[in-house]
Design a protein around this ligand. Structure first.
Ligand code: C6P
Length: 414
């Protein structure tokens, strides 16, 4: 089995690991093995240095000052917008709105575009495999507007039932909001087909790219999505920053989200005029340092090479799948044909949380529970899973350690 996996040949893993300081630490006396990358990835030294550099050398508020520090900070902040534009293939930098993360990006669309465009009796389609962030904002909107939330079912492999999706589409469909890659299953959804079908029915499409953006090449123009959301902290950047991409015309026509400084042109008690894109949606002092370091993270990914990272992660996923399947009583949840970087499983008679605790005792970080996808867990009739998710710095040897840890834990618990 070993010789078919040539992971170290394609990426210089030792060199990559060297750039992530946290990977040198131990947990419970054991070297850290970090398999919780779908929750948040670890940060390379370059990203951490960018934060220190900003606070040490040019901390200032942006877009407001004419002094040197303010100009330097503004230039660095706006450089990240350009980097994001390239990263997702947007047509213009004005289509890139900085938010706090995927959750806020989806809420922004629900509370602006949704409030303006969704009327009583209209329909919004999501899927059974959505993260709560792509369920609850639409539920709030539908309750408010007396609109109808429809759900695309998922088959036993964890794939969208496309025939059922086609039947859900109709003249009242206003929006389809779909996860690109499932955080709980690893399923890669056929977003191109989903978008084409929705557009044929005159509906707009929002794509939740929280999990896809770090693994897949994103080209929002080729995809033709109307909105796309992702978070910095899942692409090796800091927490507290995210992106909402929207087609320029939609963003232009949408009402504002939050009011305050920066999002205005002129304010008087008689009325206020709003700023141009993208600032119209960025009220108040933003998360300057983290946004700058987010740009550094995107450069880092570009430097390593997204396709090489993806090849490496695919090999890890394939290897982990083969090895996990050999553990008696273990069932993988999510066996979609198109799958990436996440492996979720249950073990008969063993609670995922107990597994997680025993693995943590061996320095292995996995996530256990419903992964903020409770309706999906209900559809599989399980309370939760244990999930290992991979990043560029993980190794086959770490998977071997996971297997040893699991075998011991299962023996002890069952
Ligand atoms: N999923 C996980 O462990 P935020 O928290 O806004 O950065 O991302 C929310 C979110 C939205 N959609 C998907 C598909 C996601 O995976 C996440 C975050 C983490 O799976 C934390 S629950």
């Amino acid at each position: 089995m070993t010789e078919t996996f040539t992971i170290e040949k394609s990426l210089d893993i030792a060199h990559i690991r060297d750039q992530f300081p946290i990977l040198k630490r131990t947990v419970k006396g054991k070297p850290l093995i970090y398999f919780d990358n779908a929750a948040t990835s670890q940060k390379p030294k370059q990203v951490i240095d960018a934060l220190v550099d900003y606070y040490s050398n040019y901390n200032a508020n942006i877009h407001r000052g004419i002094h040197s520090l303010a100009e330097e900070a503004t230039a660095a902040y706006e450089a990240t917008r350009d980097e994001v534009q390239r990263f997702i293939g947007a047509a213009s930098r004005e289509e890139i709105i900085f938010t706090r993360g995927t959750t806020e990006s989806i809420n922004l669309v629900a509370f602006t575009w949704g409030r303006q465009n969704v009327k009583e009796g209209d329909e919004i389609i999501i899927s059974e495999m959505e993260h709560h962030s792509n369920i609850v904002p639409w539920q709030i909107l539908c309750l408010d507007k007396k609109a109808v939330l429809k759900v695309i079912p998922v088959n036993e492999k964890g794939e969208l039932k496309m025939d059922a999706y086609e039947k859900l589409l109709g003249p009242r469909t206003k929006l389809v909001s779909l996860v690109h890659v499932s955080n709980a299953l690893g399923t890669v959804n056929p977003v191109r087909d989903v978008i084409d079908l929705a557009h044929r029915h005159g509906a707009h499409v929002m794509i939740d790219g929280a999990q896809s953006s770090v693994h897949l090449d994103i080209d929002v123009q080729a995809m033709d999505c109307d909105f796309f959301a992702f978070s910095s902290h899942k692409v090796y950047g800091p927490t507290g920053v995210g992106v909402l991409y929207g087609k320029k015309q939609l963003l232009t026509d949408m009402s504002v989200f939050q009011g305050g400084g920066e999002m205005i042109k002129e304010v008087s008690f008689a009325g206020t005029s709003y700023n141009d894109l993208p600032y119209k949606y960025e009220a108040g002092t933003p998360n300057i340092a983290d946004t700058i370091a987010f740009g550094t993270a995107l450069e880092f990914i570009k430097h390593v090479g997204k396709d090489r990272i993806r090849d490496h992660e695919n090999q890890l996923l394939e290897y982990a799948t083969q090895r996990l399947k050999q553990i008696p009583g273990l069932r993988i949840i999510g066996e979609a044909k198109e799958k990436i970087s996440v492996i979720s499983f249950v073990v008969e008679g063993v609670h995922p949380q107990d597994l997680g605790i025993l693995l943590d005792n061996r320095g292995i970080a996995v996530r256990t529970g419903h992964h903020c996808a409770q309706p999906l867990m209900d559809s599989f009739n399980i309370p939760g899973t244990t999930r290992a998710s991979f990043a560029m710095y993980n190794t086959k040897e770490e998977i071997d350690e996971l297997i040893i840890g699991l075998e011991k834990a299962v023996k002890l618990l069952s």
